[in-house]
Write a protein that binds this ligand. Structure first.
Ligand code: AMP
Length: 890
C-alpha cells in the first residue's frame, strides 16, 4: 500500500520581511508586502515528496486556502514535487478573518474527498503563529496526530507512523496509526530548491479550484481580533563568568539570530544543543549564507552601500547560481552609483533578457547615465522578442521574486515615462505615466510628473483621478486617503473630485502636512492670491528649509511680489546645497531677472534647462527674459519649447499671444489666445488678454463679454473676495464699460478696483474721467485731487484737473468726447517726452505704459497686471505682463 498525502500550503508573509503592525492595531500590514510559501509548509511538502520518492506515497496533493495569489505558492509546491494542487478560493476580504478552525474543516473535507491517508501541515504559520490547524484537523477527522515531527518513519504496510518530536529537554518518540495528521517541525528536513525543469513541469500540473461552499464549510468568523501589538522591546543583560564564555555566547547568539531571521518565528522551537549538533560543518552552509544576506540587507538599510556591496559580492561566491543573490549584488552596485559595472554584469550574463527585474535595473542604470535611448531599448526588449517568452517566464518563476510584491509593470511604466520625458516625447511620457498610475494607484511619482509639469489639462487631470481603480486596488481606508490626497493636488477640481476633498477625517489628520499645504499654496497661486500663497510657502519652508516641491512655487511668489532680498538668499543657499538641481539655477536667474539684469538671467535659465530639459519654469522664464528686451523671436521660441513640455497648460500660448500682441499682430495673437482657451476654456488670464486685443481693435462689445466672463469665473473660484492681483481686470472692465457708455457700470468696476487698491492714483483718475462723461465736473475735480494726493506726479490727473478747473471757471458747456480725447493725447505725449528724457527708464515697461497712455488713456496703467501661473514656474510673467501692456497701444 502506498499513501495519498495532503499537504497544507499557506501563503504567508515572506520570512525576510520585517513584519509591521497596522497603525490601527487591527492586524499586520500585508499590502505591498512580499509573500511566499510558509517555511514549515516547505518542510511538510519536502517530507511528502521524499516519501513519494521512496515509493511510500503514491500521490502528493498541495492545498491552499486563500485569495487568488494563493496559486503562486501552489505553483511553488508543484515545482517542489506535488502531483496536483487544490486552491480553495477565499476572497481577500473574507481571508482576513479566516481562522484555523475553518482551514481545518476544509482540510478535513478534502482529506475525505481525496481519500488521503495522511495530512501533513506545518507546525505553525509564521504570520499568525496559531499552531492550531494540524491539531484541529485531526480532531475534525477523528484521526490520531503526531505534532512537531522532527523525524518520521512511515510504514504504510503496517499502517503506522513513528514520529520523533522535540520536547523540552529531549526527544519524544511516538507511534500513531494511519490515517493520521502530522505537523512538521523545523528539523524534519531541509527543503530543496525548485529546479528550472521542475518549474517548467509545474506549469502543466493540474490545479483545481474550489470554494468553501463547494465543500460545505462555513467560514463565518467566530473570533474577533481585538488588538495586535508588537512585543515589547527585549531587554538585554546578564553576567558571564569569563571572557571565553562571553565569546561563546556571542557566537551562539549570532547563529540563533541568523536562523531567527530566516524563519521569523522559529526561535521558540530552537534548542541550542540540537542546533549545535546539526550545524553544517563545511564553510558554505545555509546559516552562514543567510546571516550574510541579513548583513547585506541591514547595511543597505543604514546606507552603508559599499559594505553591503562587499558582502553581497561574497555571497555570490558561495551561491554562484542564485539569481536572487545576484540581483541583490546588482542592486548594491546601483546604490553605489556603479552603473556601468552593473550594466556589464547584466549584459555579460544576458540577465536583462531573462528577467524583468534585471531589465528594470539595467534601464535604471542607463537612465542614471543619461543613456536614454539605450534605457528604452532595454525596456522594450520583451516586446521585440516575444518568441523567447517561454524561457523568460520559466526563468522568472525560477527566480520567483518581485519588488516586494509591488507591481513591477507600474514601475516599468513610470521609468518609461521618465525616459520619454527626458527625450522630449511628452505625449508618450503622458501615456506611460497614466499606465503607471492605473497599474498602481499608489505610484505618486507618476501623478506628480503629470501634474507638476502640467502635462494634462485640468479637465484631463480630473478625469484621470476619477477613473483610477482606487477602490479596486485599495481597501476602504486607503481609498479614502488616496482620493483625498490626490484631489488636493489638482488646481481646478471638478465637483466629484471636490467631494473627495470634503473628507473631514483626512482634513483633520493632514491639515499640517507640508505636501497638503503646498498644494493649497499652489491652488491659491493659480487663483491669483499671491500673498496668501507666499505666506503658506514661508510656513512650509520654516519647517522644512529645502522642501523640494515648495521651492519653485516660493521662488515664483518672490518674483511676483518683488522680494529681491529673499530671492537672493534662497538662490544663494540653493546653489550651495543643490548645485545639480535645475531649480537652484532657476532661482539665480529669477534674481537677476528681478533686478533687471537680463544677460546673466538668461545664462542661468539656460543652465537650468541644461540640467533638466523638462523643467518648464526655466523655459518660460527664458522666454520672459527675451521678451523683456523685445527679442520676440527668441522669446516665442522658448515659449514653444515650454508648450511642448507643458502640454496641458495654457500659459505658453498666452505668452506667445502676448508676444504677437506686442508686435501688433493681433490676428496671430488672437489665434494663440484661442489656442490657450482650447486648453483651459475658462481661464481668466487668457480671457482678459483676449479682451484687451478686442478692445484694441475697438470691438468693445466682445471685449466686455470676455472680461465679464473672466470676472464671473474669478468670483466663482474664489469663495473669498477677488484678490488684489485682479485689480487691473476690474479697471479694464471700467474702461470698457465707459467706452460702451455704460457709465454707472464703469464707476462700479472702478470702485471695486479701488476697494482692492485704495491708493491707486490711476483708478481715482479713471473715476474722475467717467464723472466728466457724466457731466459731474465737481466730483471729477475731487477725484483728480485724490489721485494727486496719492501720486503727486500723476500727469494725467494733473492735466485733467487743470482742464476741468478751466471748464468750470469758464462756465463752458460740456466738452465733446473728441475734444477730450485730443486733450488726453496731448497730455500723454507731454508725459511720454518727459519720461523718455529720464536717464534710467525701467526698461520698456514704462515706455509701454506711456505709449498706452499717449493714445488712449482708457486702458491706462491698470493693464500692467501679471499673468500668474498656476504652479511654480513663470515667476517672470510680471515682465511679460508689463510687455503685455503694449498690447493696448499699437
Ligand atoms: P496555523 O495553525 O495557522 O499556525 O497553521 C499551521 C499549518 O496549517 C500551516 O503551516 C499550514 O500547513 C496549514 N494552514 C494554515 N492555514 C492554511 C491555509 N490558509 N491554507 C493551507 N494551509 C494552511
Amino acid at each position: 500500500m502506498s499513501l495519498r498525502i495532503l499537504v497544507g500550503c499557506k501563503r504567508a508573509i515572506d520570512y525576510a520581511v520585517k513584519i509591521q503592525v497596522k497603525s490601527d492595531f487591527s492586524g499586520v500590514v500585508t499590502e505591498g508586502v512580499k509573500h511566499a510559501l510558509n517555511p514549515f509548509d516547505e518542510i511538510a511538502m519536502e517530507e511528502a515528496v521524499r516519501l513519494k520518492e521512496k515509493k511510500l506515497a503514491s500521490e502528493v496533493i498541495a492545498v491552499s486556502c486563500g485569495p487568488t495569489q494563493a496559486q503562486d505558492v501552489l505553483r511553488t509546491a508543484l515545482a517542489l514535487g506535488a502531483d496536483k494542487a487544490i486552491h480553495v478560493e477565499i476572497p481577500a476580504k473574507e481571508y482576513e478573518t479566516l481562522q484555523p478552525i475553518h482551514v481545518s474543516k476544509i482540510l478535513a473535507k478534502l482529506a475525505e474527498k481525496e481519500k488521503a491517508d495522511m495530512v501533513i501541515v506545518g507546525k505553525q504559520a509564521i504570520d499568525d503563529d496559531c499552531n492550531q490547524t494540524g491539531q484541529m484537523t485531526a480532531a475534525v477527522l477523528s484521526w490520531p496526530q503526531a505534532t512537531f515531527a522532527s523525524k518520521l518513519d512511515v510504514k504504510p504496510a503496517e499502517k503506522e507512523v513513528t514520529c520523533e518530536r522535540e520536547i523540552d529537554g529531549g526527544l519524544e518518540t511516538i507511534k500513531v496509526k494511519l490515517p493520521a495528521v502530522v505537523t512538521a517541525d523545523l528539523r524534519l528536513n531541509t527543503p530543496r530548491y525548485a529546479t528550472l525543469p521542475n518549474i517548467m513541469k509545474a506549469k502543466k500540473k493540474p490545479l483545481a479550484k474550489l470554494t468553501p461552499k463547494d465543500l460545505g464549510v462555513d467560514v463565518t468568523p467566530r473570533q474577533e481580533v481585538v488588538r495586535v501589538e508588537e512585543p515589547p522591546k527585549r531587554q538585554g543583560g546578564g553576567k558571564v563568568a569569563s571572557a571565553q564564555e562571553l565569546v561563546e555566547r556571542k557566537q551562539m547568539s549570532f547563529k540563533i539570530q541568523s536562523n531567527f531571521e530566516r524563519k521569523a518565528t522559529f526561535s521558540e522551537s530552537l534548542n541550542v544543543n540540537n542546533l549545535n549538533q546539526n550545524m553544517d560543518q563545511t564553510l558554505k552552509n545555509d546559516r552562514l549564507i543567510e546571516s550574510l544576506r541579513v548583513l547585506v540587507k541591514e547595511y543597505l538599510e543604514i546606507h552603508c552601500y559599499d559594505t553591503a556591496l562587499f558582502w553581497a559580492d561574497k555571497i555570490c561566491v558561495f551561491e554562484k547560481d542564485s539569481i536572487k543573490d545576484l540581483y541583490v549584488f546588482i542592486h548594491c552596485l546601483f546604490c553605489c552609483g556603479q552603473y556601468q559595472r552593473a550594466l556589464n554584469i547584466i549584459k555579460e550574463r544576458d540577465l536583462n533578457r531573462k528577467n524583468i527585474l534585471f531589465r528594470y535595473v539595467a534601464a535604471k542604470c542607463h537612465m542614471a547615465s543619461k543613456e536614454y535611448e539605450q534605457a528604452l531599448e532595454v525596456l522594450n526588449w520583451e516586446e521585440h522578442n516575444a518568441s523567447d517568452k517561454v524561457l523568460i517566464n520559466a526563468f522568472e518563476n525560477a527566480v520567483n521574486f518581485t519588488l516586494n510584491g509591488r507591481n513591477i509593470e507600474a514601475a516599468l511604466n513610470l521609468l518609461r515615462g521618465q525616459i520619454h520625458e527626458a527625450l522630449g516625447c511628452s505625449d508618450a511620457a503622458v501615456e506611460c505615466y497614466k499606465s503607471a498610475l492605473h497599474g498602481d494607484v499608489f505610484c505618486y511619482e507618476a501623478l506628480h510628473a503629470l501634474t507638476s509639469n502640467q502635462m494634462l489639462t485640468s479637465k484631463d487631470e480630473n478625469q484621470l483621478i476619477q477613473n483610477l481603480p482606487i477602490d479596486i486596488q485599495c481597501d476602504q481606508k486607503q481609498a479614502e486617503i488616496v482620493k483625498y490626497l490626490y484631489s488636493t493636488k489638482l488646481s481646478r477640481p471638478n465637483k466629484q473630485i471636490s467631494s473627495y476633498e470634503q473628507n473631514t477625517e483626512c482634513q483633520q489628520y493632514f491639515k499640517e502636512n507640508l505636501d497638503i499645504l503646498i498644494n493649497k499654496a499652489e491652488r491659491l497661486h493659480y487663483e491669483g492670491d499671491l500673498k496668501e500663497s507666499y505666506n503658506i510657502c514661508r510656513k512650509v519652508l520654516e519647517k522644512d528649509q529645502f522642501h523640494k516641491s515648495c521651492i519653485p512655487l516660493y521662488v515664483s511668489t518672490l518674483v511676483h511680489l518683488n522680494k529681491v532680498t529673499q530671492l537672493f538668499e534662497i538662490a544663494h543657499s540653493l546653489v550651495k546645497q543643490y548645485p545639480q538641481d535645475a531649480v537652484s539655477w532657476f532661482a539665480v536667474g529669477c534674481y537677476y531677472f528681478l533686478i533687471g539684469n537680463m544677460d546673466p538671467a538668461r545664462k542661468f535659465f539656460l543652465k537650468a534647462t541644461c540640467l533638466n530639459r523638462s523643467f518648464s519654469p526655466a523655459w518660460l522664464a527664458l522666454g520672459h527674459s527675451f521678451a523683456q528686451e523685445s527679442e520676440h523671436d527668441q522669446a516665442t521660441s522658448a515659449y514653444f519649447t515650454a508648450a511642448q513640455i507643458m502640454k496641458g497648460s495654457y500659459m505658453p500660448f498666452l505668452y506667445i499671444g502676448l508676444e504677437y500682441t506686442l508686435s501688433n499682430n493681433f490676428k496671430l495673437a488672437e489665434r494663440f489666445y484661442q489656442q490657450a482657451l482650447n486648453v483651459e476654456w475658462d481661464d481668466p488670464f487668457v480671457l482678459l488678454e483676449l479682451g484687451v486685443i478686442w478692445y484694441k481693435s475697438q470691438n468693445y462689445q466682445n471685449a466686455e463679454i470676455v472680461m465679464r466672463r473672466a470676472y464671473n469665473i474669478l468670483k466663482n473660484i474664489s469663495n473669498k473676495n477677488i484678490s488684489i492681483e485682479w485689480e487691473p481686470l476690474l479697471n479694464n472692465l471700467g474702461h470698457v464699460c465707459r467706452k460702451l457708455k455704460k457709465y454707472q457700470d464703469s464707476l462700479d468696476f472702478h470702485r471695486k478696483a479701488l476697494a482692492l487698491q485704495p491708493t491707486s492714483s490711476s483708478t481715482w483718475t479713471s473715476i474722475g474721467l467717467t464723472n466728466i462723461f457724466l457731466n459731474k465736473f465737481d466730483e471729477a475735480i475731487e477725484y483728480f485731487h485724490q489721485a494727486l494726493w496719492y501720486k503727486k506726479t500723476d500727469l494725467v490727473a494733473k492735466k485733467l484737473l487743470d482742464k476741468c478747473l478751466n471748464l468750470v471757471k469758464d462756465h463752458s458747456t460740456v466738452m465733446t468726447m473728441d475734444e477730450f480725447q485730443l486733450d488726453i493725447k496731448d497730455i500723454m505725449l507731454t508725459k511720454q517726452n518727459q519720461q523718455q528724457n529720464q536717464k534710467q527708464p525701467k526698461s520698456k515697461l514704462i515706455e509701454a505704459n506711456l505709449k498706452a497712455f499717449s493714445t488712449d488713456y482708457s486702458m491706462s496703467e491698470s493693464m500692467s497686471y501679471a499673468p500668474l501661473n498656476r504652479t511654480d514656474e513663470s515667476a517672470m510673467d510680471l515682465a511679460a505682463a508689463d510687455d503685455g501692456d503694449s498690447i493696448i497701444n499699437p
